[in-house]
Design a protein around this ligand. Structure first.
Ligand SMILES: *[C@@H]1O[C@H](CO)[C@@H](O)[C@H](O)[C@H]1NC(C)=O
Ligand SMILES: *[C@@H]1O[C@H](CO)[C@@H](O)[C@H](O)[C@H]1NC(C)=O
Ligand SMILES: *[C@@H]1O[C@H](CO)[C@@H](O)[C@H](O)[C@H]1NC(C)=O
Length: 364
C-alpha cells in the first residue's frame, strides 16, 4: 500500500518531480484521453442524483469531495481513480445540465442500472441510445462551429468502459433460484454484446470491460437473504451468489474473446474485478480491513451492520469512524479505501486480458 509514498531527498527535487515528472508519470498520454463510461452505481459519478433531483451529501463524500456529488461512496469510485491515473477530469454525468465539461468524455452510468429489461431508464441499452445522441449532437454542433466538443477522432480514440451486471444478478436472485438465475445470464450478456457492437459500428474501437464482483460478499445480501448454513464459503460469503457472478463472468470473458475476432481494429480489455474484490475479502487483514463483511454506514452492528429498514442515508443509520477499515461503505457499495486498492490492482495489468495498461489507448 505504500508503494506510492516516495521520499524525496530535497525540496528542490520534490518541486522538479512535482511539476515536470509527476504529470508525465501519472498520465503518460500522448493525446488527451477521452472516456465514455456505461454502468451502474459502481461507476455512477452523479447521474442518478442529477436525474432524480437529489442532493446526496453527508455521509457520502465525507472522505473526499466533501460536498454532494451523487456518488454512493464516502469518496472516490474506481472510475475516479482510473481518471486520476491518466491525469484527466473526473467524468461528468451525461445528464448534468449545469456547467458540464464533456471535453474528456461523459458518464452514462446510473445507480440501479441493469442490462434487462432493456427499455426502462437507465438500462445499458438506453445508456447507449444516450451516447448515440451525444455523439450525433457533438458532431452536428461541431460542424456548426461550436467549440469544446468531442470530435470524430476523439470518438474513435476514446476508451469505452463498461461495468454492469451486478443489478441483473441481484434482481434475478430476488425471485429466482440459482439454477434459474444462471439460465438468465445469456440474456444479460447478449445486451452487452449488442451495445459493444453498437459502439463499434458508430466508430468506437477501444473497450475496457469490467466483470462483476462477488455479489455474495455484500453485507446487504448477507443480512437480508435466508442463506442455508452450507451455502456460506470459508470467508462467510454466499456461495450460490458468487457462483452466479462467476458464471456471468465466464460468459462475459467468452463474449470479449468472440468480439475480438469479429471487430477488426478493435481492442477489448477484459478486467477481472471479481478476483480483485474477492481478494480484498479473503485477505482483508493484509489491507488493514477489520471486518470485510460489515458495512461502515448502516445499522445493527455485528455481523453486517445492515438493516433493510434503516439503511445508510435513511433516518436512524449510524456511520463508522474510520471508513478505511471497511471494505463496504453502505452494505452494497465499496469504501473509497477499497476502491483505491481495486483501482491500483486494475492498473497493475495483472488482472487484464490482454494485459494492457489503462493508458495504452491514449499513448499510442
Ligand atoms: C474542461 O476540461 C478541460 C480538460 O481538463 C479543461 O482544459 C477545460 O478548461 C475545462 N473547461 C471548462 C469550461 O472548465
Ligand atoms: C444525426 O442524426 C440525424 C437524424 O437521424 C441525421 O440526419 C444526421 O445525419 C446525424 N448526424 C450525424 C453527424 O451523425
Ligand atoms: C423491518 O420492518 C418490518 C415491518 O415493520 C419488520 O417486520 C421487519 O422485521 C423489520 N426488519 C428488520 C431487519 O428489522
Amino acid at each position: 500500500m505504500d508503494e506510492k509514498q516516495i521520499r524525496f531527498p530535497s525540496p528542490l527535487l520534490t518541486l522538479i518531480i512535482y511539476f515536470f515528472l509527476l504529470p508525465f508519470v501519472l498520465s503518460q498520454c500522448n493525446r488527451n484521453p477521452v472516456i465514455f463510461n456505461f454502468g451502474d452505481s459502481n461507476s455512477d459519478t452523479g447521474g442518478y442524483a442529477v436525474a432524480h433531483g437529489l442532493n446526496l451529501g453527508d455521509p457520502d463524500a465525507r472522505t473526499f469531495f466533501h460536498q454532494p456529488t451523487g456518488r454512493l461512496c464516502d469518496g472516490r469510485l474506481i472510475i475516479d481513480f482510473l481518471c486520476e491515473s491518466l491525469n484527466t477530469n473526473y467524468l461528468t454525468p451525461y445528464l448534468e445540465s449545469l456547467a458540464p465539461n464533456f471535453t474528456t468524455g461523459a458518464n452514462f452510468a446510473i445507480c440501479g442500472s441493469s442490462t434487462r429489461p432493456r427499455s426502462v431508464p437507465f438500462s445499458l441499452h438506453i445508456q447507449f441510445s444516450e451516447f448515440k445522441r451525444f455523439q450525433n449532437r457533438s458532431l452536428e454542433l461541431g460542424s456548426k462551429g461550436f467549440k469544446n466538443l468531442v470530435g470524430e477522432k476523439d470518438f474513435k480514440n476514446a476508451i469505452y468502459t463498461i461495468d454492469i451486471g451486478q443489478n441483473d444478478l441481484a434482481n434475478a436472485f430476488t425471485y429466482l433460484s440459482y439454477a434459474d438465475v444462471v439460465k438468465k445470464i445469456p440474456s444479460f450478456i447478449s445486451e452487452i454484446r449488442e451495445v459493444m457492437l453498437g459502439i463499434y459500428e458508430v466508430g468506437g474501437r477501444n473497450f475496457w470491460v469490467h466483470n462483476t464482483g462477488p455479489l455474495g460478499c455484500l453485507p446487504e445480501k448477507l443480512a437480508t437473504r435466508n442463506t442455508n448454513a452450507n451455502d456460506f464459503d470459508e470467508y462467510g460469503c454466499i456461495k450460490s451468489l458468487n457462483e452466479a457472478a462467476k458464471a456471468h463472468n465466464m460468459m462475459l470473458n467468452a463474449l470479449c474473446e468472440q468480439l475480438r475476432s469479429q471487430t477488426k481494429g478493435a481492442t477489448i480489455v477484459y478486467v477481472d474485478i471479481y478476483s480483485i474484490k474477492y481478494n480484498l475479502i479473503s485477505s482483508s487483514a493484509s489491507y488493514s480491513f477489520e471486518n470485510p463483511l460489515m458495512a461502515c454506514c448502516g445499522y445493527g452492528g455485528v455481523p453486517y451492520n445492515y438493516n433493510a429498514n434503516i439503511t445508510c442515508r435513511s433516518s436512524g443509520f449510524s456511520v463508522c469512524e474510520e471508513g478505511s477499515r471497511y471494505v463496504s461503505w453502505d452494505g452494497i457499495h465499496y469504501t473509497e479505501a477499497a476502491n483505491a486498492i481495486v483501482a491500483s490492482k486494475i492498473l497493475s495489468t495483472h488482472y487484464s486480458t490482454p494485459p494492457l495498461n489503462f493508458n495504452y489507448f491514449c499513448s499510442a
